[in-house]
Design a protein around this ligand. Sequence first.
Ligand code: HEC
Length: 154
Amino acid sequence: MNSCKLVQLVATFTINNMNKIFDILGYLIPGIALFLALSGCEQQPYRMGERLYKTHCANCHMDGGEGLGELIPPLKGSDYLASHRDQLACMVRYGLKDTIVVNGKTYAEQMVANDKLNDIQIANVVNYVLQNWGNDVKPVTFEEVEAGLGKCGK
Ligand code: HEC
């Protein structure tokens, strides 16, 4: 388990149990966890996401996220992202072969699976897409990614 995941687990645990914790620790621990999460773990995932994007996604979706003509849908300014936020982790892991509509245009080519990426890497690359090129879709949490992958897992 890496330190970011540990911080996230501690933060989730304490937030979930806040009402049961009456002493001062109940406020101290989330404070420290939040501080660590913001200082160390917020910057790093973006860079990891960027690296993963360049390796696993940019050859189709392009560095600028603009996609490729009729074949590859754009990620930059894609209206599909917000409406399918919960499914993106599954899409990255298992790929997609469907007919989808992105910004009013229909796409029907196949997106490859990424079965070598772990859950943290998937969360980071999805968040890179959600928050890059002027995109502003609420980032997914690690817990949301795990829950989403649990439902589509094969
Ligand atoms: C082999 C080329 C290819 C690669 C590599 C690829 N994609 Fe895709 N992607 C596609 C295609 C084609 C579609 C449309 C699939 C369909 O119509 O079923 C798509 C659809 C999508 C969509 C939903 C539509 C949209 O534009 O918002 C997202 C999000 C997405 N890809 C993200 C990624 C991410 C993140 C990666 C890297 C982990 C990646 N893709 C790697 C080809 C690719």
